[in-house]
Design a protein around this ligand. Structure first.
Ligand SMILES: O=P(O)(O)OC[C@H]1O[C@](O)(COP(=O)(O)O)[C@@H](O)[C@@H]1O
Length: 341
């Protein structure tokens, strides 16, 4: 594997492969385990993640890289093998979530700012030694237009932090995934999502240029342009695809090798159908693939439910979702394949 940033970034998004976002912070993974009635302990978190990483068919065919949490990149499998070695043995690239979470932005109620820049240079050097070749930093942009959320200051502060993080990653020989997530939890329309996502991405690339980030050695992990969940509207995949690509053509430089979507709370098949529709109206200047957390893991989490006797079922569920999203990343998914597989 080449160590050039551009080669690593391209490998992350090529061949219909995508990223497994297994980087849930302690608070988030507890929420996921609460749904399946499993206690969130270090061993349970390790057993769950080891289950997916050992699904070698899925990992070698469909998963180009795995975004890990700090705990996970240091953990060993039950047999003592470092989890990072299991990922690499499948030909997948280990990555690491380095942000320290979104915290309230002083003076701007409802807005947050993602923290973690202080000491990041030293942390990145350690993560590189532990095997990470890409990193991820998530900025959270909420929408509550009645309360002036997001503020211009929130977008400016978050995109500046993303650029500072990305420059530090590239100095360390690590590909930065920049993740400006415009949340889909609100009651806003798809057009409001378009406007807020546009304002965020325009500012993000301004900041990345100013920070001298090499775009060819970076990956964008955005939300799709989609109605808020509380709007009561379910957009067609075709409308999401048309508006998402229209926006990206306006604001995402062609130098970016790939765009790897987060799922944001979309249902499993919805996230797959939307990704497929986006690729079906190609060709596009960038590869467009997945970097899903919930949309890849909800099914295997449910099938596993914390029982060693369910590991095969959990791996089958993970492999199926990874396979379907692989097809969607190539624009070759069809609903009928969900049953056939
Ligand atoms: O635990 P955090 O830092 O809130 O991150 C939550 C999740 O959001 C993501 O960025 C996207 O996940 P989803 O695909 O579930 O939206 C993941 O990488 C991460 O696991």
């Amino acid at each position: 594997m080449s160590e050039r940033l551009e080669d690593i970034a391209t490998a992350m998004v090529s061949g219909g492969k995508g990223l497994l976002a297994a980087d849930e912070s302690s608070g988030t993974i507890k929420k996921r385990f609460d749904v399946i009635g499993v206690e969130s302990t270090a061993d349970n978190r390790r057993d769950y993640r080891e289950m997916m990483f050992r699904a070698s068919d899925a990992m070698s065919k469909y998963i180009s890289g795995v975004i890990l949490y700090d705990e996970t990149i240091r953990q060993k499998a039950a047999d003592g093998t470092p989890l990072v070695d299991i990922i690499k043995a499948a030909g997948s690239i280990p990555g690491i979530k380095v942000d320290l979470g979104a915290k309230p932005l002083a003076g701007f109620p409802g807005d947050t700012i993602t923290e973690g820049l202080d000491g990041l240079r030293e942390r990145l050097a350690e993560y590189y030694k532990l095997g990470a070749r890409f990193a991820k930093w998530r900025a959270v942009i909420d929408i509550d237009t009645g309360k002036g959320v997001p503020s211009t200051n929130s977008i400016a502060s978050n995109t500046h932090a993303l650029a500072r993080y990305a420059a530090l990653c590239q100095e360390a020989g690590i590909v930065p995934i920049v993740e400006p997530e415009v949340l889909m939890d609100g009651a806003h329309s798809i057009d409001t999502c378009y406007d807020v996502t546009k304002a965020t991405l325009v500012k993000l690339y301004d900041e990345l240029y100013a920070a001298r980030v090499v775009l060819g050695g970076s990956i964008l992990k955005p939300n799709m342009v989609i109605s808020g969940k509380k709007s009561g509207k379910t957009d067609s995949p075709e409308e999401i695809a048309e508006k998402t690509i229209k926006l990206f053509r306006e604001v995402v430089p062609a130098a970016v090798p790939g765009i790897a979507f987060l799922s944001g709370g979309q249902e499993d098949e919805e996230a797959t159908a939307n990704l497929n529709a986006i690729n079906a109206i190609g060709p596009h200047p960038w590869k467009l693939t997945f970097s899903y957390g919930r949309a890849l893991q909800a099914a295997p989490q449910k099938a596993w439910s914390g029982k060693a006797s369910n590991i095969a079922a959990g791996q089958a569920a993970f492999t199926h979702r990874a396979h379907m999203n692989h097809l969607a990343a190539l624009g070759k998914w069809q609903p009928a394949l969900e049953k056939a597989a």
